[in-house]
Design a protein around this ligand. Structure first.
Ligand code: ATR
Length: 275
């Protein structure tokens, strides 16, 4: 018998059953032989505050946050790091001395997914973002961190793209949705952050003719792993980057913050999550 304390973490959301986080974190808990648990808590928005209090009382090390709490948790955190502030959303919380420390690991996840397939030079040319939701914001913050000189954003609803401009006003250019194919001229990296191409959704309607063959194309969608956009890009010889790596990489710093180990990426985990 060991009296070593069990370190507890969980994902909170509503619903939460779709979350892949338990699969990922429990895989690593087992892989690294840790005395730890990672569960789920389905919390309705109206119960958020008392349920968070319970997690603190139950001595949780922290938690992940999924839909619909990413913005509300932002308000409840005692301390927010720079990434959480810039993203205006928190997906990972560490609890220390009863206080909530919020961060956003999607930005780390985005960058490390790209760097798994491409080198840092990919960020040194103009980058294009399709979409303007939370995923687009994380991607844009990551691109700014990596020193991208120019970021072009196009979105069906132009006002939402305009709302992202304040992330880096001198670098961001908003392109009309009708001009999305022309926008690709001269890009070194193109990223789809919309749900177009996802299982059950129509594909992203775009011509890649103007995209340089040296550009990399990344899709945040990972079901299917190879979206119509990625297939189209691969056929013409572009480097393609699937979305699954963002999901896996964003979990690594969260795991480290609670359990003290920064996990390595491995193919078996990817297969498990995609199965
Ligand atoms: P997330 O936070 O995961 O990025 P979101 O905020 O719902 O999700 O954003 C989804 C993105 O997909 C948005 O850019 C959305 O465009 P709108 O802002 O115009 O809604 C985009 N999207 C979803 N369905 C689309 C469609 N049929 N055509 C074009 N864009 C679409």
């Amino acid at each position: 018998m060991t009296d070593k304390k069990i370190i507890k973490a969980a994902v909170i959301g509503h619903p939460v059953s779709h979350s892949k986080s338990p699969l990922i974190h429990n895989y690593w808990i087992e892989k690294y032989g840790l005395n730890a648990t990672y569960g789920t808590r389905d919390i309705a928005p109206e119960n958020l505050q008392p349920e968070i209090k319970k997690l603190i009382e139950e001595d949780f090390a922290g938690f992940n946050v999924t839909i619909p709490h990413k913005e509300s948790i932002f308000e409840l955190c005692d301390v927010l790091d720079e990434r959480a502030k810039k993203a205006a959303a928190v997906n990972t919380v560490q609890i220390k001395d009863g206080k909530l420390y919020g961060t956003n690991t999607d930005i780390f996840g985005f960058t490390h997914n790209i760097l798994q397939k491409a080198d840092e030079n990919i960020f040194s040319g103009p980058c294009g973002i399709i979409g303007a939701g939370g995923a687009a914001r994380a991607a844009i913050i990551a691109l700014v961190e990596q020193g991208a000189p120019e970021i072009r954003i196009t979105n069906r609803t132009k006002e939402r793209a305009e709302n992202l401009k304040n992330v880096a006003p001198d670098k961001i250019e908003i392109i009309d949705w009708e001009k999305r194919s022309e926008m690709l001229d001269g890009l070194s990296l193109l990223v789809n952050t919309t749900s177009l191409g996802m299982k059950g959704q129509p594909p992203l309607d775009i011509s890649l003719n103007a995209l340089p063959k040296t550009a990399a194309v990344c899709d945040i969608v990972y079901a299917p792993l190879y979206t119509p956009l990625l297939r189209q890009a691969e056929e013409r010889g572009n480097t393609v980057i699937t979305g699954i790596g963002m999901l896996l990489h964003q979990a690594r710093p969260a795991f480290e913050s609670w359990f003290g180990v920064l996990p390595d990426m491995d193919g078996a985990l990817q297969n498990l999550v995609l199965a």
